[in-house]
Unconditional design. Structure first.
Length: 156
């Protein structure tokens, strides 16, 4: 992936989390955002810590498949790094974020990344859904929405 001309919220968050998957354009945009709204790193680090606690709690209840909407980049304590025995399908609507996420997860047999719009579950590739969230349609599975910071456990 070449250096992008436009910043990405997903890469800005990676910067605030202390990750390595961002570019100067993202850092500049993150600094500009902070000039207007104040420090963001502590907020995003606390949100990621909350995600980790929620995922651990769901894993302890037997959830072993996760579907993540609005995932951003799958780094810095994200779902597959917390629930290491689970399978995880990350989704987003931004094609650049999806390609970078796929690159980061290349070689993983437990986590994948694809297009998915949280407002329309039908936009998710069914083969990815069944591969990475094998309990889909039956059993226990969890879903997380990074955009709204909601999580749930469902029995189908």
């Amino acid at each position: 992936m070449g250096e992008p001309a436009e910043p990405s919220t997903a890469r800005m968050i990676d910067f605030w989390l202390g990750g390595e998957h961002h570019f100067p354009v993202d850092v500049a945009a993150a600094h500009a955002f902070e000039q207007a709204y104040g420090p963001c790193a502590p907020v995003f680090r606390e949100l990621r810590a909350f995600l980790g606690r929620a995922v651990r709690a769901m894993s302890e209840q037997g959830v072993d498949g996760f579907l993540v909407f609005g995932a951003g980049l799958p780094t810095m304590g994200n779902v597959h790094e917390v629930a290491t025995e689970a399978t995880v399908l990350y989704t987003d609507v931004d094609p650049v974020t999806i390609r970078l996420g796929q690159s980061i997860l290349a070689g993983s047999d437990r986590a994948g990344y694809g297009f998915g719009d949280a407002t329309d579950i039908g936009t998710i590739d069914p083969s990815q859904l069944h591969r990475f969230v094998p309990g889909w349609g039956g059993g226990r599975w969890g879903w997380c929405s990074s955009g709204s910071r909601r999580s749930s456990t469902t029995t189908r």
